[in-house]
Design a protein around this ligand. Sequence first.
Ligand SMILES: NC(=O)c1ccc[n+]([C@@H]2O[C@H](COP(=O)([O-])OP(=O)(O)OC[C@H]3O[C@@H](n4cnc5c(N)ncnc54)[C@H](OP(=O)(O)O)[C@@H]3O)[C@@H](O)[C@H]2O)c1
Length: 276
Amino acid sequence: MATPKVALVTGSNKGIGLAVVRSLCKQFTGDVYLASRDVGRGTAAVENLKAEGLKPLYHQLDITDPESVRTARDYFQENYGGLDVLINNAAIAFKMADTTPFGVQAEVTLKTNFFATRNMCNVFLPIIKAGGRVVNVSSVMGAMALSRCSPELQARFRSDDITEEELVGLMERFVKEAQEGVHSERGWPSTAYGISKTGLTVLSRIHARRLRQERPQDNVLLNACCPGWVRTDMAGPDAPKSPDEGAVTPVYLALLLPGAEEPHGQFVSEKKVQPW
Ligand SMILES: NC(=O)c1ccc[n+]([C@@H]2O[C@H](COP(=O)([O-])OP(=O)(O)OC[C@H]3O[C@@H](n4cnc5c(N)ncnc54)[C@H](OP(=O)(O)O)[C@@H]3O)[C@@H](O)[C@H]2O)c1
C-alpha cells in the first residue's frame, strides 16, 4: 500500500491551529496531525474533533525543545518517509497590559516565535517531500513593525541578499538592545511580537530562496501569511474573525494545487500576496 500523504500543524490544540487541523481533516487527502506541547491539551483537542466526526492523529511537539522537534521529525521520516505539509503556527504573545520588562518580553517572544520556529524549519525542511507545502503563520504586525524600523534595518529586511546568519544576528541584536534599553535609539520599534514576526517573514523569504536554489526540481512552495485578526486566547474576544475564518489563508497555502509554482517566498494575507 502506498504511504498516505501527511500534514502537521504546530500549536494546534486551540485557536487558529486547531481550526487549521479541522479544515485540513475535511479537505486534505491524507493523514493530518494535531500537535501540542502539552499531551493532555492535545489529546483533548483530538477527542473534540473526533466528536465532530473528524479523524485527526496526534503527536507531541514543543517547538522550543530541540529533542521534541527531532523526535517528531524522526517519527514522520520513519512512518511516512517525510512530510507533505508543514504549518508552523505555534507562537506566543504578551498581552498589552503585561508589565513584564520589555527586554524580557523581547527574549521570551523571540525565543518561541523566531528562534524555535527557525529550528523547526531547519530540522523539518530536509524531510519536506517534493511538491510539499510549508506555511509559516506570521502576522501583519510583522509588516507594521518593519515599517517602523530605521531605514537601514528596513533595507536589510527587504533585501534579496540577506542571509539567515545576518537575520539571526539582527534578531539577537534586537533582544540584546531591548535588554539594554537602547533598542529605540538603535532603530527598533517597541514591539517584541511585531519584530518576531518581521523576522519570521524574512526567514520565510530566505528559506524559499534556498529551496529554489538547492531543490529546484522539487517544487516545494513555502510562504508566510497573516490569518487576519482572529478571536483566540491570543487576540481576545473582540477580533472580527472566527478561528475557522482565520484558518482560510493558511489552509489555502497548504493546499496550493500540485504543479503550482507560486506563490513562493511571499507574505500572503486574505489569500493575496502582499508587498513587503
Ligand atoms: N489571533 C490573531 O488575531 C492572530 C493574528 C495574526 C497572527 N496570529 C498568529 O496565528 C498563530 C496562532 O495564534 P492564535 O491566535 O491561535 O493563538 P493561541 O490561541 O494563543 O494559540 C497558540 C498555540 O500555540 C501553542 N504554543 C505556544 N508555544 C508553543 C510551543 N513552545 N510549542 C508548541 N506549541 C506552542 C499554544 O499551546 P498552549 O495551549 O500549550 O499554550 C497554542 O496551541 C500564531 O502564530 C499567531 O502569532 C494570530
